[in-house]
Write a protein that binds this ligand. Structure first.
Ligand SMILES: NC(=O)c1ccc[n+]([C@@H]2O[C@H](COP(=O)([O-])OP(=O)(O)OC[C@H]3O[C@@H](n4cnc5c(N)ncnc54)[C@H](O)[C@@H]3O)[C@@H](O)[C@H]2O)c1
Length: 354
């Protein structure tokens, strides 16, 4: 059987660290194009991986009848436009998280996915994390009883990415800590809890520590090569929120930067039978009661590579037409929550989610 032909659009960090190596390890795939608006980045991939053709403008291969699918690995400002163009051209799409900058873009992506019948998966990779999948299984099997509240803490002392660059310009990214990190936390909570319907949200997003770029002092800065000390910072470096759903209440405290000293990255699932603390991207502890005794179990598992799982299952979906847990219909729920938090912060009121 002939291989699935894919193109990589945006040859930056996530493309090189996860999408490309995972496609290369899948025997059913051939990478046909590497595309980046910076020609050297596309050319470097052709050279490094020894396959494909380097292209600067994706329109040059948009209608290639031999192409089956694309990975959209650009910044958030191009997610919807590129995904929609390729679905309309009859291609399947794996688009990086967040689905889009704002809810209306994500809804348009969903509409085109439904109209064209093409696969549109969003790279919320934690849905393929071994521990996250195990927690979902425990919840589905009733081990936690009723999960009534889930609390997420995703906060770092001072760790704004690429300050002044793409990450911190709202017009390009759609937001800061919430849309960049919060999307992973909210989405994995939604997954574990069976993708409940979001009902209302109230929140506040803060733009405090990063706004004075020239005087911002930091502990660490990732994506530092994209920083611009004369650039813009108009996104949230910190955010809090409460979301009511048809399942549990979700609350969270998140930040790229807070003056808190110690970083925290965990999620607490509170059930009336048992509770779990998931250490983000790591193991989890289960607290319960057995024969009248309090129990504590640290769950360790042989981890598989979530990015490889994501790519393998995307290919499976292309071949079978199946919708998996990363399909746009699920991702849109998280987009609705994030939009409601930003809107609530702006109007200082709780938002009813449609
Ligand atoms: N799933 C994850 O764990 C994870 C991790 C990191 C980043 N991401 C997401 O991946 C996306 C990219 O992040 P990154 O850190 O790799 O960024 P990056 O800046 O390293 O790479 C983006 C690349 O896209 C290119 N590009 C921009 N517009 C383009 C266009 N119109 N056509 C072709 N190429 C274009 C840029 O030149 C750049 O090389 C973001 O949406 C981010 O949220 C996801």
């Amino acid at each position: 059987m002939s291989k699935i032909k894919v193109a990589i659009i945006g040859c930056g960090t996530i493309a090189n660290s996860s999408h490309i190596p995972s496609y290369l390890k899948n025997d059913e795939v051939e990478i046909k194009y590497f595309c980046d608006i910076i020609p050297e980045k596309a050319a470097a991939c052709v050279e490094k991986y020894g396959c494909g053709t380097a292209v600067v403008d994706y329109h040059d291969f948009l209608n290639d009848p031999d192409l089956d699918a694309v990975s959209v690995c650009t910044h958030n400002d191009f997610h919807s436009i590129i995904s929609i163009d390729f679905m309309k051209a009859g291609k399947n799409v794996l688009c990086e998280k967040p689905a889009a900058r704002i809810l209306s873009e994500a809804l348009e992506m969903q509409k085109v996915a439904h109209e064209t019948g093409k696969i549109l998966n969003i790279g919320v990779c934690n849905r393929f994390n071994t521990y996250v999948m195990k927690i979902k299984e425990l919840i589905d099997n009733g081990e936690l009883g009723e999960v009534y509240h889930v609390y997420a803490s995703f906060r770092k002392h001072r760790s704004i990415p690429g300050i002044g660059g793409d990450f911190t310009i709202k017009a390009k990214s759609g937001g800061g800590a919430l849309i960049d990190w919060g999307v992973h936390f909210l989405d994995l909570i939604m997954y574990c809890c069976g993708d409940p319907k979001p009902l209302t949200a109230s929140g506040e997003s803060f733009c405090k520590l990063g706004k004075d770029i020239k005087n911002y002092t930091y502990k660490s800065m990732w994506a530092e090569d994209t920083a611009d000390m004369n650039g813009t910072f108009d996104v949230d470096d910190s955010v809090v929120g409460v979301v009511r759903t048809s399942g549990p209440v979700i609350s969270f405290n998140g930040a790229w930067a807070q003056n808190v000293g110690k970083d925290e990255m965990f999620i607490d699932f509170m059930g009336d039978k048992s509770g779990i603390r998931l250490n983000y991207c790591s193991n989890f502890t289960l607290w319960s009661v057995k024969n009248g005794m309090l129990t504590e179990t640290v769950v360790e598992a042989k981890e598989t590579n979530m990015y490889q799982n994501e790519i393998n299952d995307f290919i499976r979906c292309i071949k079978t037409g199946d919708h998996n847990q990363q399909y746009i219909d699920n991702a849109v729920l998280t987009s609705k929550i994030m939009q409601a938090i930003y809107d609530s912060s702006e109007i200082k009121k709780e938002i009813t989610i449609q």
